[in-house]
Design a protein around this ligand. Structure first.
Ligand code: NDP
Length: 246
């Protein structure tokens, strides 16, 4: 849809908005009246959300220039990014002895460098304006270790460390950094596991606890944390299915 409303709230930019938590977060912010910049590689999936006042761009989070140019275009139309949801990620769980190291590279690239690229694109403007919020997507796997998750855990522990460090560094500029750390959520993330045993292990455990969370559970929490007054920073949210034990 191309209709432009006159009562728009500040711009929300979301990476990995083509499925799962990112798509649910896009819908939740849209319902709350925000214009959106949606970034991912599958542009058709973002366009199919059919959200008002949404610019969809085919962007790989490894491409710093593409992120910057998409943000420049959206901000020219809707004003500065007030909320940046740094959500894109992959989870290639596997056996550390047999796993293809290419999968380690990919996780480190997308989950860590991709997150840094997003921060790089919006943090200077937020610091200058002394306003803004970045939500980085960590995980319960950024708090605890899990078998078959070694490098995934490594990237998510890294996201937690990066987020908390930068939060401290920009706190005096009134900018908030939030770590969102979900447990099991039913999304397409499971399809990024190429090791059949690791994938089955995730599915079996999810079934044994009565199913994972739904993406909307996490999306609603992200919107809540962002809508809190700027004086209040929800530093970290760990949100898991009640029956998830570890
Ligand atoms: P999905 O697979 O549904 O979504 C992942 C999103 O990341 C997709 O939109 C995908 O878009 C995007 N993405 C992946 N690689 C790139 C890239 N190189 N450039 C741009 N976008 C990319 O999974 P979830 O919604 O579950 O995952 C979202 C985040 O939540 C991830 O960071 C994940 O690690 C984290 N998380 C998920 C949990 C879960 O149980 N589901 C638990 C804890 C954390 P496209 O392929 O179109 O580029």
């Amino acid at each position: 849809m191309t209709t432009t409303r006159t009562d728009l709230k500040p711009l929300v930019t979301i990476t990995g908005a083509s499925s799962g938590i990112g798509a649910a977060t896009a819908k939740a912010f849209s319902q709350a009246g925000h214009p959106l910049l949606l970034l991912a590689r599958r542009i058709d999936r973002m366009q199919a959300l059919d959200l008002p006042d949404a610019i969809c761009k085919e962007v790989d989070v490894l491409d710093r220039e593409a992120i910057a140019s998409a943000i420049e275009e959206a901000e020219a139309k809707f004003g500065p990014t007030e909320y940046f949801i740094n959500n894109a990620g992959v989870m290639h769980n596997g056996d550390p002895i047999t796993q293809d190291p290419e999968e380690w590279d990919r996780m480190i690239d997308v989950n860590l460098k991709g997150v840094m690229n997003g921060i790089h694109a919006v943090l200077p403007g937020m610091v200058e304006r002394e306003s803004g919020t970045i939500v980085n997507m960590g995980s319960i796997a950024g708090r605890k270790t899990f078998g078959t998750h070694s490098v995934y855990c490594g990237t998510k522990f890294g996201v937690h460390a990066i987020t908390e460090t930068i939060r401290e560094e920009v706190s005096q500029k009134n900018v908030r950094l939030i770590t969102m750390a979900p447990g099991m959520v039913g999304t397409e993330l499971i399809e990024t596991i190429t090791d059949p045993a690791a994938k089955q292990g995730w599915l079996d455990y999810a079934e044994s606890i009565g199913g994972p969370l739904v993406p909307e559970d996490i999306a609603d929490a992200i919107v809540w944390a962002c809508q809190a007054p700027q004086r209040m920073c929800v530093r970290e949210m760990v949100i898991c299915p009640t029956r998830q034990e570890p």
